[in-house]
Ligand binder design. Sequence first.
Ligand SMILES: Nc1nc2c(c(=O)[nH]1)N[C@H]1C(S)=C(S)[C@@H](COP(=O)(O)O)O[C@H]1N2
Ligand SMILES: [Mo]
Length: 332
Amino acid sequence: MLIRSSNQGFIHPCSSEITPRAAYEGRRDMLKLLATGVAGAAMASWAGREALAQAAAPGKLAPLKGEKSAVAGAQTMEKLTEYKDATSYNNYYEFGTDKGDPVKNAGTLKTRPWTVEVEGLVKKPGKYGIDDLIKLSAQEERIYRLRCVEGWSMVIPWVGYSLAELIKRVEPHGNAKYVEFVTLADPKTMPFVGSRVLDWPYTEGLRMDEAMHPLTLLSFGMYGEVLPNQNGAPVRIVVPWKYGFKSAKSIVKIRFVEKEPGTAWNKAAAQEYGFYSNVNPDVDHPRWSQATERRIGDGSGLFAKRHKTLLFNGYEAQVGQLYAGMDLKKFY
Ligand SMILES: Nc1nc2c(c(=O)[nH]1)N[C@H]1C(S)=C(S)[C@@H](COP(=O)(O)O)O[C@H]1N2
Ligand SMILES: [Mo]
C-alpha cells in the first residue's frame, strides 16, 4: 500500500530525499569549509574525541548533564552529528511531513507542565511529573546512532537512562508482554494532528525484553541540554538498533499490555513497516534497498557518501540474542 499525502505524493517516515533547503545549506557549508581551508582539518578529526568535542550545542536550552554510561555498546567513537543538523533534519509528523518542518513549527509545543502516566499491567501504576521523572535515576550520557528507513543516520549523544530502571520500579505483572508508548496529540499546538497522514496519537511499542534492554533509553536531553522540541521534548524513547520511527517522541503514556500493540507506521502501511523494524541490510523495504545509508552532515549531492548499513545498526553483539531463532524476514 502506498500512502498519498495531499501535497507531496507518496510518503514514508524516513525518506532520504534532501529538501532543497538542506541540500543548499549542506553545499554552502562545504564551500565555506573549502574556502577557509579548514576542510582538511575537519576531515582529519572525523574520528575520536576531538570530533566529539566539535558537536557542541549552542547553549540556548537548559543544561542537562550526564555521566558517561558504562552500558556495553553505549559509546561509539564515530564522529558526532553536528547539533544544527540533528535539530533541523527531523521527522515529527505532528509538525509537518517535511524534514525541515519540525524545527520551524515545533516552537508551539508546551513541555511544562508535563505528565507521563504509567498504566496497564503493573503493580505500581502512577503519574510522573516530567521533572520527577528526570530525577528518577542518575543521568547517563549515551552516544548512539539513530537510523531511519531508506538510509539516513545520525550519531547523537543522548542524555537519559535505561527505560528498564522505570520498568523495574513499577513492577509489571507476569502477563505484561509488551510496552506501548503513547505520544501527545494536541490539535491546538500541533498543526498536523488534524490531518489524515497518520492515525493520531502516534504510538509505538516494544516487546518486554526489548524494552528492558539497557540500550533502550528514556531520553530527556541531547548534547548536554534538554531535548529541543523538534527532537521529542520533553521525553522520548531511543532504540538504537531499530529504525528511527520506533523512537516515539513527546511521550505522555507508557502502557503495559499483554498483546502486541498497534504502531503508527504499521497501522498506516502494514506491508511496509512491521512491529519489529530492526535495522537489517538484508531485509529490503518493499520499495527500496536498506543496505546502505547516508550519514547526515556528510554532505549531499556530489558530496554524499553511502555507508554500509549494519545488522541491528551495529549493536548485534548486544541485542542479537533477543531475536535468536526468529525469522527476521517474517518478523520485519
Ligand atoms: N510523536 C512522534 N514521534 C516520532 C515521529 C513522529 O512523527 N511523531 N517520527 C519518528 C521517525 S520516522 C523518526 S526517523 C525519528 C526521528 O527522530 P529525530 O528527528 O530526533 O532524528 O522520530 C520518530 N518519532
Ligand atoms: Mo524515520
